[in-house]
Design a binder for this molecule. Structure first.
Ligand code: NDP
Ligand code: PMR
Length: 399
């Protein structure tokens, strides 16, 4: 299936009746998925059936436009009680693990319409179906965080949908612990930092403008962090430890040519690159809070959802690790949490009325109660946060 960058979403995105010719299909890409290569070549009835399901899941632009016309809080005419419209929440990397579980937890309340922002449309489609996420409560849109063009196109596509944006969850990540050499994003940034931090940095900076416009009463921007980026914990002291140093590699563009592929300018280490990217995620959340919380009222938060040892995050690790890691976390560290429970935790940070405090890094105790956790010295260093912000702005073309 050709997944191509979307340049536009045609407002005439309508599924033709079965049997009608493909000429009625405008040459366009639909919410990030180009149908041209695929559909024109084979316009069989099975393709049409797929397209009908696809259309139900993504919704038509016309239907979506109506969503914004509704004010967030309405007064029901008969009893005068206030009602809240369905919130709209974008979750990146919702095709598996934590993102999928959170999307499910949110969608099944009926209070949320979840935009599943995923790089593999068909995988996301299948995942949503097998998780039992109702079509009317979710829309899948293409987003590849390893391409800044794709990030910009996603934002454009989302805007054309006409929906208001109430919550953004930056969840997607890659972890490449066994890589011997760095690999790179479309713009030539080391893949872990490029995807986990820089892609999300551009996405959240652009979508902040959309969140500002929303009239939803509790708007939130959540960036998933982790214990392993925090060196004030046992887990964060397992080598290689996160350390951004003086950011010389980041400032040099992480391209591995005229600068190191690592933020601190050191030798490439895939596990460290991931942990460094998580430090950037946690610093970015705090910098957002300092710059925008007062002005916008948006809640900025990060979290460590627990050790979800069964997810796809560890797909690149050696088989022995994947075998032993879940029981190690379950029975030895006792830090294990199921995907379902972790999803509920993230959903709490999205919508629980008691978690509105901004600038917080949430964690959960043994009884699964949330608490404000302490970040490590580096992950709470305001000066470093400012520098990461400024360098990242340059790298993604915002400054
Ligand atoms: P998964 O691998 O299951 O999920 C990661 C998601 O990110 C997938 O949907 C994946 O898409 C997506 N993704 C990867 N690269 C890109 C890209 N270039 N563009 C768009 N999406 C992309 O891992 P988890 O659910 O475990 O991880 C989710 C978050 O939780 C991450 O931020 C991680 O750091 C964090 N976390 C995880 C912990 C754990 O123990 N698992 C602990 C603490 C934090 P695809 O399905 O196509 O591969
Ligand atoms: Mg870790 C309380 C102890 C604890 C917790 C909560 C985690 C979480 N880990 C803990 C301890 C240890 N780990 C110890 C003592 C060891 C040495 C045996 C250990 C090892 C280890 C490895 C090799 N742990 C790991 C790895 C990984 O490859 C994972 C990683 O670092 O991914 C970046 C990982 C993790 N341990 C965790 C968590 C949550 C991870 C996974 C991912 C993440 O931070 O997102």
């Amino acid at each position: 299936m050709a997944l191509q960058a979307a340049s536009l979403v045609s407002s005439t995105f309508v599924v033709p009746e079965e049997g009608k010719s493909s000429a009625s299909l405008k040459e366009s890409s639909l919410l990030g998925v180009s149908l041209s290569d695929h559909v024109k070549a084979d316009f069989s009835s099975s393709t049409l059936k797929w397209k009908r399901e696809f259309n139900q899941r993504v919704g038509t632009v016309r239907a979506q436009t109506m969503a914004t016309a509704t004010p967030a809080v309405n007064r029901a005419s008969s009893d005068g009680k206030k009602t809240l419209r369905q919130g709209c929440c974008i979750v990146t990397g919702a095709s598996s693990g934590l993102g999928l579980a959170a999307a499910k937890a949110l969608a099944e309340t009926g209070k949320w319409h979840v935009i599943m922002a995923c790089r593999d449309f068909l995988k996301a489609e299948r995942a949503a179906k097998s998780a039992g996420i109702a079509k009317e409560n979710c829309t899948i849109m293409h987003l590849d965080l390893a391409s800044l063009d794709s990030v910009r196109q996603f934002v454009d596509t989302f805007r054309r949908s006409g929906r208001a944006l109430d919550v953004l969850v930056c969840n997607a990540a890659v972890y490449l612990p066994t890589a011997k050499e760095p690999t790179f994003t479309a713009e030539g940034f080391e893949l872990s930092v490029g995807t986990n931090h820089l892609g999300h940095f551009l996405l959240s900076r652009l979508l902040l403008e959309d969140m500002k416009k929303s009239d939803y009463p509790s708007k939130r921007l959540i960036i998933v962090g982790s214990i392993t980026g925090n060196t004030n914990t046992l887990a964060g002291n397992v080598p290689p430890k996160a350390n951004l140093g003086d950011l010389r590699g980041l400032a040099g563009g992480l391209n591995g040519l005229n600068s190191s592929a690592m933020i601190d300018g050191g030798e490439f280490d895939g596990a460290k690159a991931y942990k460094d990217s998580k430090v950037c995620n946690m610093l970015t959340m705090q910098e957002f809070h300092r710059r925008f919380h007062e002005e916008t009222g948006i809640t900025f938060a990060s979290l460590y959802p627990g050790c979800i040892a069964t997810t796809g995050l560890f797909r690149e690790h050696i088989p022995l690790f994947r075998l032993l890691f879940p029981p190690f976390q379950k029975y030895i560290t006792k830090g294990f949490v199921s995907e379902e429970d972790a999803g509920k935790r993230l959903a709490q940070v999205v919508s629980d009325p008691s978690l509105t405090k901004s600038g917080v890094y949430w964690s959960w105790n043994k009884d699964s109660a949330s608490f404000e956790n302490q970040l490590s010295q580096e992950a709470s260093d305001a000066e470093k946060a400012r520098k990461v912000w400024e360098v990242s702005e340059k790298l993604v073309g915002l400054a």
